[in-house]
Design a protein around this ligand. Structure first.
Ligand code: IMP
Ligand code: MG
Length: 177
C-alpha cells in the first residue's frame, strides 16, 4: 500500500510557476521562445508555465528512456523521440519536471547545444541538489527538495500519480531502492 504525503501544495506550485514565467518573460522580452518539454513528466509543468510567459511561445517535445518501474536512474540515457522543429538560431528552454542526478539534462543539453540554438536554458520545477552526479545547472528552478521520491503534477511512479494536483512524497510499500 502506497502512502502519499503532500510536500508542495497546488497553491505553492502555482505561485512559483507564475514567478518563473515572469522571470522568463523579462529575460526574453521582445524575443520568441521554444519550450521543449521532456516527456512525459514535464507536460503539466509546461502547460502551466507556458501560460505564465507573455511572449511568442511555441512547444516541442522530446523523450528519453526512463526509470521504468524502478525508482532509480539506470545511468543510461537514450533518446526515444527527437524534437519536430529545428532548434538552430532559436531561443530554447528545456522544460523538465525534476533535476535529479542531472544525467538526463546533461545529455539533452549537450545534444541540443550542438545544433546551434541562439540561447539554450533549463527550467526545472524541482531540484534534488544532493543527488547530483553531473554538474548541470538549472537556469530557472522552482523548488529545491530533499532526497525523497515524489509524485504528482506530472511526476510518476511506474506511470501512476501524474494527475495528482499536489506534489507528494511517495512512502511506498512496493519500495524498489
Ligand atoms: P536525472 O537524469 O537523474 O536528473 O533524472 C531526471 C528524471 O528522473 C526526471 O525527469 C524524472 O523522470 C525522474 N525522477 C527523478 N527523481 C524523481 C522523483 O522523485 N519522482 C519521479 N521521477 C523522478
Ligand atoms: Mg521526466
Amino acid at each position: 500500500m502506497d502512502t502519499l504525503r503532500v510536500l508542495l501544495t497546488r497553491e505553492q506550485i502555482a505561485g512559483k510557476v507564475a514567478q518563473m514565467g515572469e522571470r522568463i518573460t523579462a529575460d526574453f522580452i521582445g524575443e520568441s521562445l521554444v519550450l521543449i518539454g521532456v516527456l512525459k513528466g514535464a507536460t503539466i509543468f509546461l502547460a502551466d508555465l507556458a501560460r505564465q510567459i507573455k511572449l511568442d511561445v511555441t512547444f516541442d517535445f522530446i523523450a528519453v528512456s526512463s526509470y521504468g518501474k524502478a525508482k532509480h536512474q539506470s545511468g543510461e540515457v537514450k533518446l526515444t523521440k527527437d524534437v519536430d522543429q529545428s532548434v538552430e538560431g532559436r531561443n530554447i528552454i528545456l522544460v523538465e519536471d525534476i533535476l535529479d542526478t542531472g544525467l538526463t539534462l546533461t545529455y539533452l543539453h549537450n545534444m541540443l547545444q550542438t545544433r546551434q540554438p541562439k540561447a539554450l536554458k533549463i527550467a526545472a520545477l524541482l531540484d534534488k541538489v544532493p543527488r547530483r552526479a553531473e554538474p548541470v545547472h538549472g537556469d530557472y528552478v522552482g523548488f529545491e527538495i530533499p532526497n525523497e521520491f515524489v509524485v504528482g503534477y506530472g511526476l510518476d511512479f511506474a506511470e501512476r500519480y501524474r494527475n495528482l494536483p499536489d506534489i507528494c512524497v511517495l512512502e511506498s510499500g512496493s519500495e524498489t531502492r
